[in-house]
Design a protein around this ligand. Structure first.
Ligand code: GDP
Length: 468
């Protein structure tokens, strides 16, 4: 007892969690993806389906009954917001189902299992406990990793060059051009520049650009309006005097790295064991080649965080720790008839392989699949102009109308979307591909309609199945 306690206390000063993992095994599951990728819906549905496991046939420990019970517990990190599971679930499963509020910042939820170990010895040993700590965080925050090894001068120079030709950057570039970086700091001017730059970032993000740093400018959480978020890239002209606008921006940029980016990577990212990266691939495919290219680049950037070898700063922080499994999941697969799911999964696999070819995930196991956390449609086959057509039916979010919907054919060969052959094309698939937004359905599936999710159980099996 005493020795173990002493040991625990000693270890606790180092990381705060090792002591737990000594005695009660814990998996930290990171859930990320760019804004609107489907993180909130995924976590809510995953937790609901782990609490009630009747619809998780592909999760072995659920199907064979070795999970004896699952329950929510207070999370280990007292200063992190709790993922608002109950409110989100009520939104999705109420009388008039609606989509929950999306992720704006980091949050956490602990789900604990009592598991009956398998095998002969297992049967004698009694139940063991496993904690699953789910950490939800915006993918935008991962992009900030690229700032850590840059000075303000380097970052500002790169950004100004990159955005020089982007139409949505025109207002900011004008304001930047009009500002004298050597003039003494004037707070209203600094704020106006930061506001204008944030406006540019927001538009760029909406247009599908993924290189939108600093990430917190888009999702500031409780830092909104604070000095660490009140800077913008300025050109440097010779020596910048002390007390100048440029020097102060430089100081704030360094504070942003030190006070915002570093703690996130150190306290949260570095502790993740398993990771799911959600991607709204259908949305990007619908938006066109430019958006798919950007999605691809964003994926590579996000994945940069999972190949620590490339970034010396991150390697030092991780001290050899690594993520063991990474799942790339295309969300909202219920927009497609299941006959096309294999094609969507193929596109995800090609994307992941592409990223993997450029990255060494340092031994992490990876998988790619197409999922729907909450099915908003049912499938049907109708006859249209003498042909049979696979459709999905659902309630349109905008009009409340019921509609049958044929989203067009995804190409059998993912190369048609991703390969060099389509370079230069602005649109594809002869515009026969379009995505509608469906409202969530009341959960009244008839027998034969399948579970209210698509492959969430497979996703869970890959992410945590080996530990259950
Ligand atoms: P977040 O920003 O990553 O937290 O994204 P959300 O989880 O809030 O999802 C964004 C939107 O995507 C939702 O409001 C839904 O419209 C849509 N969505 C998410 N998951 C699904 C799904 O499984 N099926 C369908 N049809 N739509 C989904």
């Amino acid at each position: 007892g005493d020795i173990a306690e002493g040991l625990t206390r000693g270890v606790e000063t180092v990381t705060g969690t090792v002591s737990e993992t000594f005695f009660e095994p814990t998996i930290r599951l990171g859930v990320t993806g760019l804004s609107r990728a489907g993180k909130t819906v995924f976590i809510t549905s995953l937790v609901a389906n782990l609490l009630n496991r009747s619809r998780m046939p592909q999760l072995a420990a659920a199907a064979n009954g070795s999970i004896r019970s699952a329950y929510l517990q207070p999370q280990p990190d007292d200063t992190l917001p709790r993922f608002d599971f109950e409110t989100h679930l009520a939104a999705m499963t109420g009388q008039q189902p609606h989509w929950p509020e999306s992720t704006r910042a980091i949050s956490e939820l602990r789900l604990s299992f009592r598991v009956q170990p398998g095998g002969m010895i297992g049967g004698l040993r009694g139940l063991r406990k496993l904690h699953l700590d789910i950490v939800d965080y915006p993918g935008e925050w991962l992009l900030d990793l690229s700032l850590m090894e840059r000075s303000y001068e380097e970052w500002a120079g790169e950004v100004l060059e990159r955005i020089a030709k982007r139409p949505m950057a025109a207002d900011f570039l004008n304001a930047q051009g009009a500002a004298d970086p050597a003039a003494p700091l004037d707070e209203p001017r600094a704020q106006a520049l930061a506001r204008s730059f944030t406006g540019y970032l927001t538009e760029a993000r909406e247009a599908g650009f993924s290189d939108c740093t600093p990430g917190r400018f888009l999702l500031p959480g409780d830092l909104a309006g604070s000095p660490v978020l009140t800077f913008a890239p300025l050109r440097k002209e010779g020596q910048m005097p002390r007390g100048s606008l440029w020097r102060e921006m430089e100081r704030r940029f360094e504070a942003y790295k030190r006070e915002v980016v570093r703690p996130f990577f150190r306290d949260h990212f570095a502790r993740i064991d398993r990771q799911v990266v959600l991607i709204d691939a259908l949305g990007a495919i619908h938006a066109g080649p430019q958006a798919v290219d950007d999605m691809r680049r964003a994926m590579t950037d996000i994945l940069g965080a999972f190949r620590p070898g490339r970034n010396a700063w991150l390697s030092r922080l991780l001290m050899g720790r690594r993520v063991e499994r990474i799942l790339f999941a295309a969300t909202k697969a219920d927009h497609l008839h299941h006959r096309q799911h294999a094609r969507l999964a193929g596109i995800m696999q090609a994307l992941a392989a592409d990223a993997r070819a450029r990255a060494d995930f340092a031994g992490a196991q990876t998988a790619a699949m197409a999922i729907a956390s909450l099915r908003a449609t049912t499938e049907d086959t109708i006859t249209h102009e003498g042909h049979s057509l696979d459709v999905v039916r659902g309630t349109l979010l905008d009009s409340g109308r019921r509609a049958a919907f044929h989203p067009g054919e995804l190409p059998e060969d993912p190369g048609r979307l991703l390969g060099p052959a389509r370079q230069g094309a602005d649109r594809w698939l002869d515009e026969d591909y379009s995505v509608m937004r469906f409202a969530p359905q009341p959960l009244a599936l008839k027998p034969g309609e399948g579970p209210p999710h698509i492959r969430l159980d497979r996703a869970a099996q890959f992410l945590i199945g080996d530990r259950l």
